[in-house]
Write a protein that binds this ligand. Structure first.
Ligand code: SF4
Ligand code: SF4
Length: 326
């Protein structure tokens, strides 16, 4: 496939640092189930919300699952929006868990959905299927969480995590519960290990909550967060901070190297951020690439499309769906 590769400041910075951004073997299929969500968080890079109509449909699910089963990619990472709000969510999870080959499922959970009417099934279902949970919890104090994610989100999340703990999440080795921290504004996350220790103490002492790991993730200067900074006149300052904090040691761990990101329509991207920026793998071509058309071997040779937003993944300790990189 012919792909137009743009030279941008990120590419030039990589070249000066003597680094190359190349794919390794895909280990994760990250499926963005769509933009439907019960919240409208300030930092959301998806622009998700309760009125969004873009969600994964049944026939697209069939094609994706059939292709995924025939691949040797071990992990399905479900993100959104709120994946549980998609009608096919349970079918996706149980199908993958029942593959003839082992299939691990991760769910990027917005814990408040557990307290919404009609979603009482979520905790039990996730536990029964040993789904690994990655849940947003940007602070252990209510003020910061509510300011970023909406009024009442802190209390609702606490209640949900207590329920998940009761089922064994964060306590039993098969039921992994990881938290995600992201900064409350245009600054970089602090040291992940130190913050994890603080979180563990605060969550245990104040709410009796236990969890496995804390992932520190940088806010990406795209979609809603970019508009938020722009309104406050802080976008340029944040971009400068990201550029100045470039850390070459993060490049080998970037998630675009081992992840295939797929939209609710089945289209393939390098990562969820490129998906939201509509940077398709086909570059300048009008031809779109769908996951069911991919040959995993050939995929490894397609260049990764970068832009200035990529500095958000390489600043400081780096940032990925699994937290810090260096
Ligand atoms: S950040 Fe997550 S929970 Fe918040 S609006 Fe976006 S998708 Fe929903
Ligand atoms: S934004 Fe996407 S393509 Fe750019 S470095 Fe991060 S993961 Fe890779």
């Amino acid at each position: 496939m012919e792909v137009a590769v743009q030279k941008n400041q990120f590419d030039r910075t990589l070249a000066v640092a003597g680094r190359k951004l190349r794919r390794s073997r895909p280990e994760i299929l990250q499926l963005n189930t769509g933009k439907l969500c019960n919240l409208t968080c300030v930092h959301c890079h998806v622009n998700a919300g309760p009125k969004r109509k873009e969600i994964l449909r049944g026939e697209t699910v069939d094609k994706i699952l059939s292709w995924f089963e025939s691949s040797d990619i071990p992990t399905l990472d479900l993100t959104g929006g709120t994946p549980e709000m998609v009608p096919d969510f349970r079918r996706i999870v149980t199908t993958v868990r029942n593959f003839k080959r082992p299939g691990k499922v991760m769910d990027r959970l917005n814990a408040t959905i557990i307290n919404e009417p009609g979603f009482e099934w979520v905790p039990g279902f996730l536990a029964e299927n040993k789904v690994e949970i990655v849940a947003s919890m940007p602070c252990y104090s209510p003020e910061n969480v509510n300011a970023q994610r909406g009024e009442g989100v802190f209390d609702s999340s606490i209640k949900a995590f207590q329920q998940l703990n009761e089922l064994g999440y964060g306590r039993h080795p098969d039921l992994v519960l990881n938290f995600v921290y992201n900064p409350a504004g245009g600054f970089l996350p602090p040291d992940q290990k130190e913050l994890e220790e603080d979180y563990k103490n605060e969550m245990k002492n104040h709410f009796g909550i236990e969890f496995n790991s804390l992932y520190c993730i940088a806010n990406m200067p795209v979609s809603r967060f970019a508009s938020y900074l722009k309104r406050r006149g802080e976008l340029q300052k944040y971009m400068d901070l990201l550029r100045e904090s470039f850390n070459p040691g993060t490049v080998s761990g970037l998630m675009c190297r081992n992840t295939i990101n797929v939209s609710w329509e089945g289209e393939v991207f390098d990562c969820d951020f490129n998906q939201m920026l509509d940077m398709p793998l086909s570059g300048g071509s009008t031809q779109r690439l769908y996951v069911w058309d991919i040959d995993v071997e050939e995929f490894s040779n397609i260049p990764i499309l970068t832009g200035d937003h990529c500095f958000g993944c390489t600043a400081g300790s780096g940032s990925s769906c699994g937290g810090a990189l260096a």
